[in-house]
Design a protein around this ligand. Structure first.
Ligand SMILES: NC(=O)c1ccc[n+]([C@@H]2O[C@H](COP(=O)([O-])OP(=O)(O)OC[C@H]3O[C@@H](n4cnc5c(N)ncnc54)[C@H](OP(=O)(O)O)[C@@H]3O)[C@@H](O)[C@H]2O)c1
Length: 248
């Protein structure tokens, strides 16, 4: 068991990559704290984790919610060993459709929320702890309609280096996992009609070296590597899990 008795704090844990990772963490012996904003999805995810996870409803866009989630975790477990800062979402907006509110909302969830997840958990992360941030293939390649999400992901990639440097003296490692196109509910939440969505999916599949979408479990295994002592000498890095999408 790679995470026996470790405490893992997972945001965006109710669905897709986060849920699959939470299940793998639990199978590897971790106590899981599952954070999500949607009550029904949180309850359903809790059942998938056999009722053993601490479920915390929190909107990552609100710093007070993150503080409450961390306080509930401290009250139950006293400390954290692994943080998976993974919550994220967006809708498609080409240049002319981007508004001030759209930028603010995307920043709040995909960048500021990630930053404060790290800032608020850091004081109770144990020596030897590990923080993993979910970035994206969009931080290296351009894709129409996703300018603001891509910029937030590039910013979080940058955070991993700076906060990795700040936390290294405490023996805490900070890394990123960069997904390519992964089969999760992420796409169905982007505000695109089904026919456009399937055109987008086949367009992306064509560009992927392995010619298929990735499965959430393929991300989860990489996150487990970064969370565990198997990656004890890796910090400030971004591991790419994208079937070759950004490599060739
Ligand atoms: N799927 C891909 O192809 C892909 C590619 C590159 C990067 N990523 C990144 O991977 C991460 C996980 O995405 P996914 O593909 O697994 O999508 P997903 O299945 O839609 O999961 C997104 C998670 O984020 C949570 N979330 C959304 N808004 C939130 C908020 N305001 N407060 C708290 N939690 C919130 C959702 O929880 P609730 O439902 O409870 O709100 C859900 O658990 C994201 O950061 C995404 O940008 C995904």
């Amino acid at each position: 068991m790679k995470l026996k008795n470790k405490v893992a704090f997972v945001t965006g844990g109710t669905s897709g990559i986060g849920l699959e990772t939470a299940k793998l963490f639990q199978a590897e012996g971790a106590h899981v704290v599952l954070v999500g904003s949607n009550e029904a999805r949180l309850a359903a995810a809790g059942e998938e984790l056999k009722g053993k996870a601490l479920l915390v409803r929190a909107d990552i866009r609100k710093v007070a919610d993150i503080e409450r989630a961390v306080e509930e975790t401290r009250a139950r477990f006293g400390h954290i060993d692994v943080v998976f800062a993974n919550a994220g979402a967006t809708t498609v907006a080409p240049l002319e459709a981007v508004t001030e509110e759209y930028v603010a909302d995307n920043l709040a969830l995909n960048f500021t929320g990630t930053f404060f997840t790290i800032q608020k958990t850091a004081p109770i992360i144990a020596q030897g702890g590990s923080i993993i941030v979910t970035t994206s293939f969009l931080n290296t390649i351009g894709y129409p309609g996703l300018s603001i999400l891509a910029a937030t992901k590039a910013a979080t990639r940058s955070l991993v280096r700076t906060l990795g440097a700040e936390l290294a003296p405490r023996g805490i490692r900070v890394n990123a996992v960069s997904p390519g196109a992964i089969a999760t509910p992420f796409y169905s939440k982007m505000g695109l009609p089904d026919d456009v969505l399937s055109q987008v999916a086949s367009g992306i599949t064509e560009k992927i070296g392995l010619k298929r979408f990735g499965e959430p479990v393929e991300l989860a295994k990489t996150v487990l590597f970064l969370a565990s002592d198997d990656s004890s000498y890796t910090t400030g890095a971004e591991l790419v899990v994208d079937g070759g999408l950004t490599q060739f």
